[in-house]
Design a protein around this ligand. Structure first.
Ligand code: ATP
Ligand code: MG
Length: 183
């Protein structure tokens, strides 16, 4: 649906502010450009962002940092971006290289013991990747044990309907190929 994606993400990020304060985690949000009118699926984007943010907070101990960035690559027409990129970086426990390829598997958790400290069922990232792919996008995770994790989601976007960048592109009828014509 048409909307303004930066304000939307800012609101989602804001909903974790009290948790950040409570956990003594330094929490920042940076967006460039500051506003971007585009068509996007708010429901999917909300689930994607909330899953990544809840992981970042869950696996980052007090006095750590969570940094969120939203960037867009725009064509010369600023209301016509090619993609937006959401980056969620934390200074938490990190994930070992041997575990990293598995974290997108359904129900996979690095610590699956009954005694583990963190709640969860291990479906957050599996669902997130499905939603990103439904949106035609990509997701990547890089991590270093003891230093933290960075998740990058890239979603292709169309300009908001009604914006000047969205000109009709249909060919004149005379140039349309006649796929159904009989020989
Ligand atoms: P759920 O999301 O269903 O509540 P979950 O958070 O355990 O449970 P996922 O979000 O799918 O499940 O993540 C899978 C596993 O990947 C986690 O259990 C954790 O071991 C690891 N992981 C994910 N994000 C991070 C992170 N930011 N830092 C460290 N480990 C992470
Ligand atoms: Mg999770």
């Amino acid at each position: 649906a048409p909307g303004e994606v930066v304000g939307f993400v800012r609101g989602l990020v804001g909903s974790f502010e009290s948790l950040a304060r409570q956990r003594d985690i330094q929490y920042t949000f940076e967006a460039n450009p500051p506003a971007l009118p585009v068509d996007f699926d708010a429901d999917k984007l909300e689930k994607i962002a909330v899953n990544l943010l809840s992981n970042a907070f869950k696996f980052t101990p007090p006095a750590g940092m969570v940094t969120v960035q939203l960037r867009a690559e725009t064509s010369p027409e600023p209301t016509s971006p090619r993609w937006v990129e959401l980056t969620v970086r934390d200074t938490g426990s990190g994930i070992a290289p041997t575990q990293l390829p598995h974290v997108f598997d359904r129900f996979y958790q690095v610590d699956s013991s009954d005694t583990r400290e963190q709640e969860g069922t291990g479906i957050g990232l599996a669902l997130t990747r499905e939603l990103v792919e439904l949106h035609g996008g990509t997701i990547g995770l890089t991590s270093e044990v003891g230093h933290g994790t960075t998740a990058v989601v890239r979603l292709p976007l169309a300009p908001a309907s009604g914006s000047p960048a969205e000109a009709p592109t249909s060919e004149p009828a005379s140039l349309a190929p006649a796929f159904n014509s009989e020989p």
